[in-house]
Write a protein of this length. Sequence first.
Length: 433
Amino acid sequence: MKAVYLDCFAGISGNMLLGAFLQLGVPQKHLEQELHKLITGDEFELHVSDVMKNGIQAKYVDVEVKGTGAEFESKSKDDGEHGHTHEHGGHDHVHRHDFGHTPEHLHRAHVHRSMLDIRRMIEDSELSDAVKKKSIAIFSCLAEAEGKVHGMPMEKVHFHEVGATDSIVDIVGAAVCLEYLEIEKIFVSRVNTGSGFVKCAHGTMMVPAPATAELLNGFPFYHAADEKELTTPTGAAVIHALAEFSDNIPYEFEGSSVAYGAGSWDLSIPNVLRVYFGEFKGTRGQNRYILETNIDDMNPQNFGYIYERLFAAGCLDAWSTPIYMKKNRPAYMLSVLTDAENKEACTEIILQETTSLGIRVLAVDERIEATRRTAHVDTPYGEVNCKIGAYRGHIVSVSAEYDDCRRLAEEKQVPLKKVRFAALAELNRRLGE
C-alpha cells in the first residue's frame, strides 16, 4: 500500500502539509477543482510558490480568503498577530496560534461555523466518500479538542478557527491529496511543537497552544530550536485523526520520493515539513494483538457462536486449542487475533460470552503475509471463488472457497469434494500448472 512518513523536525501545519503534497505531484488545478465542490472560487484563492528554507527548496501554500466579510491585515512575522476567533459564552476569544506557518497577510473571515455546520457542508458536497470521511474525522478531532479546552461539548463549540475558509482548505485539501496519491497509511515522527509564549487578545499563551497539546496526547513531542509556535492545531488534528507514531521510518517502508512543505518563519533550522512517500510492504506488529484465555467450565458448543460474534466485530482470526489445566483438567485456550482498532470490542465479547474472568494480551511483533488475491473460476456446477497466495513472486497456495463449494454441492446434489476438485483443476489450468 502507498504510505507517507511525516518528519516533523520543524513541526507541522495545514499549509506545510499541502505544500509537501503538491511537491509530491498533486496538481494544483485538481486540488482547487475538488475544493470548489465544497467552497466556491469566490471565497478563496491558492497562491503556491517555490521558496528556499536554509538551502532547501520547498513548496509554500498561501490561502487567500476573499469575499464579503474578509479582512486583510498586514502583520509582521514577529508580532504574533494571527487571529482565530472562538465564539464562546456570548463573547469572542481571539487565539493567535497559527503564526509561524501562515503568510504575512492575515486573512480573517467574520463567519462563524459550528462542527455541525462543517459536517453538513462536507456531507452535502460532491466530494468522494473517502475524502468526506477523512475530512470529518480531522474536523471532529479538532472540535473535540477545542471543546475540551473551552469546557463544552464539541457540538456546541462555535469557533472561527474550524469554520474559517483557510482551515477548510487545509483540512479538506489534505484529504483530497491523500486520495489523489492513493495514500492508505500515514506514519509520523516525534513532533517539534516549538516553545515559548505568544501574545493573544486576552493575554499570553504558552506553546504548544492548549488545543495542540490536547491533540498531541499519545504522540511523543518535544521543544527544540527557536522559541516559536511550530505545530498548529490543524497540523496536530491531522496527526491525531490519521497518523501512527514511528520513531524512525519503518523498515517495511520503501521510499520512492521526498517532498518539502514550507512554513512562513525563517528559523535557525529549515522550517519545512519533510514527507517521505513510498510503499508500505508489511504489517506493523504493534498494531496487532493476540487475546488469549483458558476456559474449562463452558459448553464447547458455545465456541461457534462466539466465533461468529468475534468475526462480526472485526477480528482477524480466532481459534481454540485443547489444553490441560491444573489438576489435569481438560480445557480449551481461546485465541483471537485482532488489530488495535477492534481490540476493545473483541475483549468485551470474550468477557460477555465466555466464562473467562481474565484475558492475556500479547503484542504481535511481526507478521509476515503472503500476497493474496481472489480468482473466479467456472466449473460444471457453477462459479467458485478461489484464493491464490504468493510470496516473493511465487505462488505458494491455492484453495477453493468452502462456502461456494458447499452451496453448489447442495444445489447440484453432488459430493462436496467433486466441486472442490473441479474448481482447483480449472484454476490450475488457468495458472498453467
